[in-house]
Structures are given as structure tokens and as C-alpha cells.
Design a protein around this ligand. Structure first.
Ligand SMILES: [Zn+2]
Length: 146
């Protein structure tokens, strides 16, 4: 990956980190102000809990994004940035522009998503069969009572 491009990526990460910090600061101000608006009305109480929930989601999203940025920066340092972790082929620059934290090339990402989708379906099937099993197990008890 050429130096000019990784410098751009670094700059982009700095901007994103700045934006995240601003967002969190704005959310913290909202959270401080929210209780001041509360006059005991149920709707206002809702507003406070919604702000708390929003702040919580914001922070956990930003934390996971910061980890991704950190990992990408490490890769820039060790020279492995832009190399797919799965097939070790180069990730296209177009993909890295769109997703500078990408660890996989588009082909590997798509097959990973396909696999995740399939295992979600398997999970659903397991829940259904567990549910059926539960029903089956209840029958003998009913028979005992009868
Ligand atoms: Zn790949």
C-alpha cells in the first residue's frame, strides 16, 4: 500500500475520531440538560431514558470503531494494511476508500456474510426444534394429570 494513500487514511481516521469525540461531548451535554427539563411528566422521564440509551449506543458504537481504527493503524505501521486477512490478496483501494477499516477483501467479506446468514438460519431452526421438543415433553405430564 503506497505511503500517500496510508497518509490519507491516517488523516481520515483523525477526522473520524474528532467527530466521535464531538458527538460524545454533545451527548454528554444533552444528558446533563435532560433532567433539568423534567418536571415530573411521564413524557419528560421518557426523554431522559432515551438520551441515556442513545448515549450508551453511541459510546459502544464508538468504542468498537476506535478498536477497528487502532487495528488499521497497527497494520499501516507493520505494512500489512490493505492485505486481506483471509486470502492475503490486496484489498482494492476503492473498498478501502469506502471502508478504511476493512480487514477482508470484498470476496472474502461476502462469503463470510453468507456463512453468517446461513448459521443464523441454522440457529432459527434449532430454536424451532427446541420449541417442538418442549411441547413434546409437556405431553406426558398432561397425560399424568389426566
Ligand atoms: Zn480475501
Amino acid at each position: 500500500m503506497d505511503r500517500h494513500f496510508t497518509d490519507l487514511v491516517r488523516t481520515k481516521f483523525q477526522l473520524i475520531e474528532g467527530m466521535m469525540a464531538q458527538e460524545e461531548a454533545a451527548a454528554a451535554v444533552e444528558l446533563t440538560c435532560a433532567p433539568l427539563k423534567v418536571v415530573g411528566d411521564e413524557g419528560d422521564q421518557m426523554a431522559v431514558s432515551q438520551v441515556k440509551e442513545w448515549l450508551f449506543k453511541l459510546k459502544s458504537r464508538n468504542t468498537s470503531f476506535r478498536k477497528k481504527i487502532h487495528r488499521a493503524l497497527q497494520k499501516i505501521e507493520d505494512g500489512s494494511y490493505g492485505v486481506c486477512e483471509e486470502c492475503e490478496q490486496k484489498i482494492t483501494q476503492a473498498r478501502l476508500v469506502a471502508r478504511p477499516t476493512a480487514l477482508l477483501c470484498i470476496q472474502c467479506k461476502e462469503s463470510e456474510e453468507l456463512f453468517e446468514c446461513q448459521s443464523d438460519k441454522r440457529k432459527e431452526l434449532r430454536i424451532v426444534s427446541d420449541h417442538k421438543m418442549g411441547k413434546l415433553l409437556q405431553f406426558p405430564q398432561l397425560n399424568m394429570e389426566a
